[in-house]
Design a protein around this ligand. Sequence first.
Ligand code: GTP
Ligand code: MG
Length: 317
Amino acid sequence: MQIAQETKTAVLIPCYNEELTIGKVVDDFKEQLPLAAIYVFDNSSTDASAAIAARHGARVIREPRQGKGFVIDCMFDTIDADLYVMVDGDDTYPADYVHKLLEPLHKGQADMVVGARLSQHSEKSFRSLHVFGNNLVRRLVNLLCGTNLTDIMSGYRAFTRRVVDRTPLVSAGFEVETEMTIQVLYLQMKIVEVNIPYSQRPPGSVSKLRTFSDGFRVLWQIFCLFRAVKPLTFFGGMGIIFMILGILAGIPPINDYLNDPKHYVYHVPLAILATGLMILSAGCFFIGILLHALNWRFRELNNVLTRRSSTKKHYHD
Ligand SMILES: Nc1nc2c(ncn2[C@@H]2O[C@H](COP(=O)(O)OP(=O)(O)OP(=O)(O)O)[C@@H](O)[C@H]2O)c(=O)[nH]1
Ligand SMILES: [Mg+2]
């Protein structure tokens, strides 16, 4: 399937105190995509970001809930287009690569194209802990989703209306990119990566990312999504751990039973512990199977409910 040529493209820019760069980002994308509508989503910036963005021709939308996740939720709720480009307002992503990002969407080869940074970034662009965090998140998501993606948290993406229509997002902050990636993969939509160079913020421009608290929120998000999208693996894994502990705790009492002529069990506390652990293990398996069945049913419902969504009429065979 290919997307029709007369597509409506929207450029979405989350922005919080980016007065040094927002004007240039708007100009660059206007130059690359003259027909696209450019929206800057401002979150009560205390500097002149909103005024500068408006002066450069962007439509400024204000979101009172503070956080990049809320802003993206607001974008998905309010902007109607066929193709969406999302890019940070800090001028770290190259606007001229936008065509490379849109190409797989135009050709119908992907639902989401991610500008993957890690292969070409300049040394100063990342603090070393961020590299560690990015690698950890990448490994976890690839393990969880069976993919081989290289950049999960890139702020430069292009995607179709289908992604906007179908992807639920509940993150408040920077964990939203991870959530978006996992949800898109869970809904069996296709992600393609395009390598992009990544530059550093200009002097005086301040990152909004807090290494530890935001890093923790991303990991927590992965944990919650793992539990939600792979309940059988999650609870089954816990069940296996409890079962192994139960068997280990049960060995001395069983030994007592087998070796004592009167079959007397001397390790009574261990016998009770082993029983408890085995019941716990069975409970975990039961919860896993139940949630897996529920997930399956929700997926079927989701599929049917979105079948006649607005998405379809924007494609032709
Ligand atoms: N509207 C809005 N935008 C935000 C908020 N927090 C961050 N942003 C924007 O989201 C984009 C990414 O934020 P950055 O601070 O650059 O985070 P990052 O790119 O992960 O981190 P760096 O690598 O340090 O740049 C920027 O355009 C910010 O202005 C927020 O609370 N509200
Ligand atoms: Mg940035």
